[in-house]
Design a protein around this ligand. Structure first.
Ligand code: RIB
Length: 294
């Protein structure tokens, strides 16, 4: 089984501030760091660090070579990353003194995918393989349709949630990994229990993982249901916490790990990620996660 993630790659410009800038306000930042990120690449790195054979697809500009180097460093197959004549996507991230963040995205190359590129990429994958997607690239409805036709299992992190997802045929998704805000946006509900029930009613064959921030995470499918609390840590930067959870959880599923174990491993990995700055650089290796679970 191979895991293909067609996903975003962003250069994250991370600004440290006392509080997140309000409309009309000018604030000085005490620190600026540039890290590799993007929900796509963060989740790919989490999968790779968890030990999965992962292929990353997507687009970068000529200023995006660092992503190719990152793939090399972590053993990620980068054959399907294409370099195009535009800027690599980037994110402007403000982090306040309580480690809360706020993100402004510029899609750049992440929005340049074509049907031809998708067909070429999916040609190397089949029914035994898993496709992971988020909502920071274009062509999502087409990718879902084509991958489903091939019989691939599709995992979707519908993040960030916006109207572009309306065109995606969600009945073709096997695994949803989402937070309670996104779950609320899909179902129109606010209570996590009601969100889970509604998602299972809408997608009875799907596996659902609903993360609830400091309140933990719930897994549910038509036959089982589990709850995982968070591991409390001193948060430094919550960027990529959800991506780390997603990558690690999918790694557990690919290994046929019992769901409670996969949830626990993901929560621990995510807790380590929030205790460190940056997106990609904050994601722990499997050995570190296992050591911390002892
Ligand atoms: O989920 C965190 C990511 O969201 C950041 O790395 C940033 O690039 C944005 O895509």
């Amino acid at each position: 089984m191979k895991v293909l993630n067609i996903g975003s790659m962003n250069l994250d410009y991370v600004y440290q501030l006392d509080h997140i800038v309000q409309p009309g306000e000018t604030e000085s930042s005490s620190e600026l760091n540039v890290h590799l990120g993007g929900k796509g690449m963060n989740q790919t790195v989490a999968l790779a660090k968890a030990g999965v054979e992962v292929y990353h697809g997507g687009m970068i500009g000529e200023d995006g070579n660092a992503f190719l180097e990152c793939c090399k460093e972590f053993g990620i197959n980068a054959d399907y990353i294409k370099q195009v004549n535009t800027k690599t996507g980037h994110a402007i991230i403000q982090i306040d003194k309580n480690a809360q963040n706020c993100i402004l995205l510029y899609g750049g190359a992440n929005q340049q995918l074509t049907a031809e590129y998708v067909d070429e990429t999916l040609a190397a994958f089949g029914a035994e393989d898993v496709l992971l997607l988020q909502n920071e690239i274009n062509m999502l409805p087409y990718i879902v349709d084509k991958a489903y036709e091939k019989g691939m299992q599709i995992a979707l992190n519908p993040s960030p949630f916006n109207e572009k997802l309306d065109a995606v045929d969600m009945s073709k998704i096997s695994i949803f990994l989402l937070n309670e805000v996104e779950g609320g946006q899909i179902t129109g509900l606010t209570d996590p229990e009601e969100i889970i029930a509604k998602l299972l009613e809408m997608f009875p064959h799907a596996k659902i993982v609903l993360t609830l921030g400091k309140d933990g995470a719930i897994y549910a499918d038509s036959t089982q249901r589990h709850f995982q609390p968070i591991f409390k840590v001193q948060a430094v930067d919550t960027t990529a916490a959800g991506d780390t959870f997603t990558g690690y959880f999918l790694a557990g599923v690919c290994e046929n790990m019992p769901i409670p174990d996969a949830l626990k491993m993901s929560a621990k990995a995510s807790s380590i990620a929030v205790s460190r700055p940056g997106a990609v650089p904050s994601i722990p290796f499997r050995a570190e996660v296992e050591e911390a679970l002892k």
